[in-house]
Design a protein around this ligand. Structure first.
Ligand code: KG4
Ligand code: ZN
Length: 331
């Protein structure tokens, strides 16, 4: 079976073709970062308009590159939430209309679940149960995933998500949006820092997180500085270490308590080089660590097509023409 995946929850238009037998065939991601960069965040109306103008050319390109035609597509999986209402609506309308015109089925995908399973696109030995740390622009959730692909939330952020804090700190450092990759670039230029930031809730007796206090602390420190490249690097370095300490400690505690030894880290922030390096240092004979391929860390259509295929095999699909994206869909 050949599945077309469509992602349009925020500022990336992602399309992908997944073949049940051969695995992922190809994907295309068109990023709108240049459109939103001057605004310091995503402008929903501009995002919607750009998605609408990209779907057809990206699909034509993807099909022709892979010697496929529209008639080869047998299922369309699309992001139904969470995300921005306008962008979600464009993807849902495109997916349902195309499925109806081709006489094939479509399936709604929860963007958060798609991130969680994204490492399985390339890690053939990875199967649930596993422990999942989802760190994206909108969410920070620690959960356990069982063999039936359902989840149990162990903890989550009580305020800001990790991605949000990366973006806000970057903005205060005068760096462009999205902030994560910019902070990572500066942090990699140093191997130490004269700054010392808090490790929020590190010792709390639960799996929840809180990052808004850290954000305020770092921004207050930034305001006291004459920002040179080397100061930006030192702040970025200590900021990444503070975030990494909290995420790694809590995740390892959860692994020990739940006795689940496969740890999966996904979502946009999982692209972070230092977070990857530091988590990978925790690998040992008992603990395995999995990250998605970098191409599937930030928003993409491959993870939507992959989960669409998994869910279809479980008998989940949608025959109606009703469209109901949910911007605040939860896990
Ligand atoms: O998963 P994602 O693409 O979109 C959401 O579902 O929210 O995550 C976007 C977030 C942004 O906050 C961005 O700054 C962050 O992921 N991000 C990074 C890196 N690349 C993207 N954060 C840290 N390091 C990176 N290399
Ligand atoms: Zn995402």
């Amino acid at each position: 079976m050949i599945v077309l995946g469509i992602e349009s929850s925020c500022d990336e238009t992602g399309l992908a073709i997944f073949d049940e037998d051969k695995g992922l065939m190809d994907q295309i991601v068109s990023s709108q970062q240049h459109i939103h960069a001057n605004f310091g965040g995503v402008v929903p109306e501009l995002a919607s308009r750009d998605h609408v103008s990209k779907f057809v050319p990206l699909l034509e390109n993807l099909l022709s590159k892979n010697q496929l035609s529209l008639n080869n597509i047998e299922l369309i999986a699309y992001t139904n939430g969470p995300g921005l209402m306008g962008p979600l609506l464009t993807g849902a309308a495109f997916a349902k209309t195309l499925a109806w015109s081709l006489g094939i089925k479509s399936i709604e995908i929860n963007h958060l679940e798609a991130h969680i399973f994204s490492p399985m696109i390339t890690e053939s030995e990875l199967k649930p149960p596993f422990l999942s740390l989802l760190v994206s622009g909108g969410h920070t959730i620690l959960s356990s995933i069982n063999s039936k692909l359902t989840h149990n939330i162990l903890g989550q952020t009580l305020d800001d998500s990790v991605g949000e804090v990366f973006d806000k700190v970057a903005r205060n450092l005068g760096l462009s949006y999205p902030g994560g990759p910019e902070i990572s670039k500066f942090s990699s230029k140093t191997t130490n820092s004269s700054f010392k930031f808090p490790r929020p809730m590190l010792k709390s007796n639960n799996y929840n997180f809180s990052f808004s206090g850290l954000k305020t602390h770092v921004i207050n420190q930034i305001k006291k500085q004459e920002l040179t490249d080397s100061i930006i690097s030192e702040i970025s370095f200590e900021f990444e270490n503070s975030i990494s300490d909290v995420l790694i400690t809590k995740t390892l505690n959860a692994a020990a308590t739940t006795n689940i030894n496969n740890i999966v880290i996904s979502g946009g922030v999982s692209a972070n080089k230092r977070l990857r390096e530091r988590f990978n240092k925790e690998k040992n004979k008992d603990i395995s660590i999995f990250f998605p391929d970098l191409a599937f860390s930030t928003d993409n259509g491959a993870m939507i097509a992959y989960l669409g295929n998994l869910k279809y095999k479980k008998g989940e699909y949608d025959n109606s023409l009703y469209i109901e994206p949910n911007p605040s869909l939860s896990l």
